[in-house]
Structure formats: structure tokens, C-alpha cells
Design a protein around this ligand. Sequence first.
Ligand SMILES: [Fe+2]
Ligand SMILES: [Fe+2]
Length: 370
Amino acid sequence: MTATDRPATWDVPLAGATRFTWDYDAGRERLLGLYQKGKDKQWDARTRIDWDVEVDPDNAAGMPDSFHPLHGSELWDRMPESARTELVRDQNSWLFSQFLHGEQGALNVSARIVESVPDLDSKFYAATQTMDEARHVEIFARFVREKIGAEYPINRDLARLLEESLSDGRWDLPYLGMQVLIEGLALAAFGLYRDIAPNPLVKQLLAYVMQDEARHVAFGRLALKDYYAELTEKERAEREEFVVEGCYLMRERFKGLEVYERLGLPVAECAAYVDRSEVFLLFQSHLLSRIVPVVRDIGLWGDRVRDAYADMGVLDHAKADLEELMRQDEQVAETYDRERDERELAVRRAEVEAAITLGRGDEPPARNAG
Ligand SMILES: [Fe+2]
Ligand SMILES: [Fe+2]
């Protein structure tokens, strides 16, 4: 799929107001602390990531065939090897393209938050998040372009949720839709691929992106929790409705039916297999694991939300320890840093030793002193 068969831009009209505040002194300590952390933890994707690591363009993440939702179906068994290769290649291209488009959504939304949120501490924080999201777009764009070489357009359900989030003038709606739902879902998918994808570059870049996301989720919790506590029942119910609708949409999004469509496979038959696939059902339930505990934490925990989560079979995720999950995400990234430092140190040591050996063997010391 090339970028030529779609318009150059997708224009979602601006909604709401740009809010100035004259209260330059006030600031919640925890939010300012998060802003400081956002500044301290900036990094450069060009130098921190080992872009030289090879990626198989036919299977970017390197997942085994058994991970594919069609694996084991009659359709899969009927397919020649070349068609399976094509399917796995496109599935990877589709997945990383959706990560890319989702990150661009996050970039636009966090910039929007800077403008629309009424408090200065939140504006400060959202400014650091905007820089983080630019970096994430940079990373996934480079990965899709350089390592896979084929891009998919934005998924319909993702586009719909983005549009609904952005076309609402209330400042919290884009944040709820983008940061809690879209990025919350991506975070669960990132975590899964970080932990089980065999390709080391995929693991590394997801670990680093997740380290930033841990701060974004923390901000969402702080800013939205305070705000939602002040809302009326009716206003809260509207947010809960939005969450329920968004979660159903997001579950559909990961079916990736447009891949089957594009490859000319029987879409209805594929969809039926995917719906029954054990791997996919597990994956689908896991996808909401990062969203459910946040929704509960920010106080959108009425009957409507709980019933929907019970219906989706994901109510148990509410018990997850968010602080612990975020701590782990930060630790995994730090482990990758340490491993990279050790590798570099080993290379430098080997270079120094080689130079010493060379110095001893080839050059008479008298000439060196010359
Ligand atoms: Fe992001
Ligand atoms: Fe984010």
C-alpha cells in the first residue's frame, strides 16, 4: 500500500477554545513533579536505539506462525507458503502502521491539551508529552519505512474514535479518548510485543516508548481524576458512555480485517475464524488490561462501565496495580540501556586491546617515541 492512493492530509476541524490563565504561581506538586520528570527523561531516538539491528521485512516482529489468528484454520492450511508469507508481512505492516497513526493522534491531541487545558501545570506537562509523542511518530515512521517498507492507511475504527475525541470542545474528551483509550490499548499491545516478539529492535523501541507512556498515563490519572471528582452525575455519565463506546470500537480495531480485504481473502470467513481464534480472544482481553484499571482510578466506574467490562470479560483487570505496572515499564527500559552500555563497553575494550597488541607487535617503540 502506498501513500499515493489517499489525500495528503486528513482534516479534522478544530473545536473548543484556547485557554489563557493568569495564575502563573499555582501548581499541583505532583503534576509539577511529573513535568520535571518529563524534562529530565528526554532522549534522542537516533542515538538511543540500535537502528542497525536487522529486521526481516516479511516478518518484522518475528512472531511464530502459531501467533497468527488464522493459524490452524482450513483457510490457512489451504494457502500456499507464498500467500502465508504475504499475509504475515502485511499483518506486521498493518500493526506498526496503526501504532504510527495512533502516535500521530497522540501528538496532535497533546498539543491540543496545551492549548485547551485551563491549568498552567497541565499545560507545562502536556508540552513535554508533545515532544515525547513527536519522538514516537519519528520512531514508528522510521521503522515502517526503513525496516518494513510498506505502510497501511489508518484503521476506520481508530479514525472514528480520533475524530470523535477531537471534535469535542470539552478539554478532557480528547484526552480521555486519546490517552486513556487509544494509547492505553496501544500500551497493552506494545507490552505484549516487547515481552514476546523475538526481534531485538522491536523489543528495544517498544521498551523505550513504553517508558515515556508510563508518564503519560500518570498524567491522565492525575489530571482527569481531579477534574472528574468535580463533575455532576450527568456529566460523569456522558464520559462513561464515551468510554464504553470507545472500548467496543477499540476491540474491533485490532481484528485487522483490512489486511484480508487487501489481499483478496474471503473477509467474512476470515472474520469468523478470528472471532473463534483462541490466540485472538486472549489478545483481545489483554488489550484492555491497561485501560480498565485507569478508568476505575479516574472515577468513571458506574454501572454502565462495569456491565460493559463484565460483558467483554475484562472486569478482572480492574484489580491490576497500575503503579507497579508503570514501575516495571520503566525498569525494562533501564535494563535495555544497561545492556547497550555493556555491549558498547565490550566493543571499546576490544578496540583498545587490539590497538595495544598492534602497538606491541608492528611498531618498534623507538620510532613511536620519535
Ligand atoms: Fe506515544
Ligand atoms: Fe503517549
